[in-house]
Design a protein around this ligand. Structure first.
Ligand SMILES: Cc1cc2nc3c(=O)[nH]c(=O)nc-3n(C[C@H](O)[C@H](O)[C@H](O)COP(=O)(O)OP(=O)(O)OC[C@H]3O[C@@H](n4cnc5c(N)ncnc54)[C@H](O)[C@@H]3O)c2cc1C
Length: 450
């Protein structure tokens, strides 16, 4: 299971093979995990990807939480193309002139089985697809799936692609085609529509910096890495920011509510530029040369925004099913995609084996998701996305917290130190926060975390 870099996969497309047990659409983390499970179960599977190689078109911030891979690739950390192991996790609350950082570090995360890692998407996606190909999946790159094929009962029986004579048939189609999945929409699985308010726009820059400079500035050494999540840095548009360290580059970006972007006068690239000028960030990235700029949508609605997951002959997994957990202090999509893809692959393989690929035959998918972190975490944190993107959380609380801390540490002699109650009263008043909203939001937050 060695890794030879993106684009190195042998693409074994046999033009005469048109029928598979399972077709997986999209070779992102969800799709490759699904194809790997189906192939391992001994069934034929095609993994259809529109990019020239897996990961070629994919965008993310940069941190993967790999433990879900324990079930797929034993000792994955010895093989996965990692940049750095995240041993420092910071949460920064900001106003234009202030920053309060909760900075946590542990060397426990710098050794097996690890916690989070930074990795480039082209490397990660190609590596995971390679595991599927080695298990027997047929990778079909540079091929766009353009529609579903159905039988007379309406059951999904395959896909149409943009290749000449490019229809492929299968017992089960697994849609892993990412956010705004047109396959799930075409199948009518997004009953309520996939409204813009459930989407955020992620915009990211990768800045090259010498390895030693990164290690000096972020106080790390060897393969240790840093993950900084930020709140209060998006100029009034609901969202957040991030800064991650790679070996010899850093990724910096903002995630913005799509509805806010369309109303705002500021462009996303201006917000990143502003973030890069912030006094808490500028010294960390000084001199960094931009080597990549990318943007992509994120399904941020969570549990409330998920479509139906199972149809006759069809499953939906990963971002296609809005399974990205984007809840303020968490931005986890890849692990949820891998988990959901793995369970979808298992359910599809079991259905093919039993000869029942109907909605009933595929029902095991939902059971597996319910029993795992995928739906458990989403259900538990279902109110978080709304809370995190609320005006109070975005506009008022960062100022409140920063003012409170500034008041505590500011020495205004000859005046005596103000009491905490006075500081709280002043900070709530200055930031337009009502105590009862603060208590209610605190309660919502605590309930989600319990
Ligand atoms: C800016 C940003 C920062 C993020 N940061 C993080 C982070 O740090 N950590 C984290 O865990 N998650 C992060 N996420 C979320 C994460 O990227 C997604 O949750 C994850 O990629 C979902 O995986 P997926 O396989 O479901 O979909 P995708 O990764 O989107 O893969 C879908 C695949 O389907 C292919 N495809 C689409 N349509 C077709 C078609 N019609 N025919 C053939 N192929 C098709 C695409 O080319 C793609 O390869 C971030 C997202 C963004 C945008």
């Amino acid at each position: 299971m060695t890794y030879a870099g993106p684009g190195s996969l042998s693409t074994v497309v046999d033009e005469t093979t048109k029928t598979f047990d399972v077709i997986v659409v999209g070779a992102g983390p969800a799709g490759s995990a699904a194809a790997l499970e189906v192939a391992r179960a001994g069934h034929s599977v095609a993994l259809v990807e529109r990019g020239p190689f897996p990961g070629a078109k994919n965008v993310y911030g940069g941190v993967v939480y790999g433990r879900i891979l324990d079930e797929l690739v034993p000792r994955w950390w010895e093989h996965m193309p990692v940049q750095r192991w995240v041993t420092r996790r910071s949460t920064m609350v900001m106003t234009p002139t202030q920053a309060l950082t909760v900075d946590f570090r542990t060397q426990d995360w710098g050794k097996p089985p690890y916690n989070g890692a930074t990795a480039h998407r082209a490397d990660l996606d190609s590596w995971l697809a390679e595991q599927a190909v080695e298990a027997g999946a047929v990778l079909v790159p540079s091929t766009v799936v353009t529609s579903l094929l159905r039988d007379r009962t309406g059951a999904v029986v395959g896909v149409r692609t943009d290749r000449p004579d490019g229809d492929l048939t299968a017992g089960v189609v697994i849609a892993c085609d990412g956010v705004n999945s047109f396959l799930a929409k075409e199948a009518g699985m997004y009953k309520t529509g996939h409204e813009a308010e459930h989407l955020t726009l992620g915009v990211k820059q990768t800045l090259a910096l010498p390895r030693q400079t990164i290690e000096d500035r972020f106080a790390i050494s060897g393969r240790d890495g840093v993950d900084i999540e930020m709140l209060g840095c998006t100029g009034g548009i609901p969202g957040g920011g991030f800064l991650y360290t790679n070996l010899d580059s850093v990724s910096i970006g903002v995630v913005l509510a799509l509805t806010g972007v369309s109303k705002a006068k500021t462009r996303p690239e201006d917000l990143i530029a502003e973030l890069k000028r912030h006094p808490a960030i500028a010294p960390l990235i000084k001199g960094g040369e931009q080597i990549e700029y990318s943007a992509h949508l994120i399904p941020e609605g969570g549990y409330h925004a998920m479509p139906e997951l199972i149809g006759d002959g069809m499953l939906v997994a990963g971002d296609a099913a809005a399974m990205c957990l984007a809840a303020g202090i968490w931005l986890e999509g890849v692990n949820f995609a891998i988990g959901a893809g793995m369970y979808a692959g298992r359910a599809a393989a079991a259905a093919v084996k039993s000869g029942d690929v109907s909605k009933t035959g595929l029902a095991g998918y939902r059971t597996m998701l319910e029993r795992s972190f995928v739906l458990t975490d989403h259900r538990k944190l279902r109110d978080f996305p709304g809370l995190v993107l609320s005006d109070r959380m975005q506009q008022r609380y960062p100022g409140l917290v920063c003012d409170l801390v500034q008041g505590m540490f500011q020495v205004d002699n000859p005046l005596p130190k103000p009491g905490l109650r006075k500081l709280l009263r002043r900070a709530t008043r200055d930031n337009g926060v009502r105590l009862r909203d603060l208590l209610r939001d605190g309660w919502t937050g605590m309930r989600g975390l319990r």
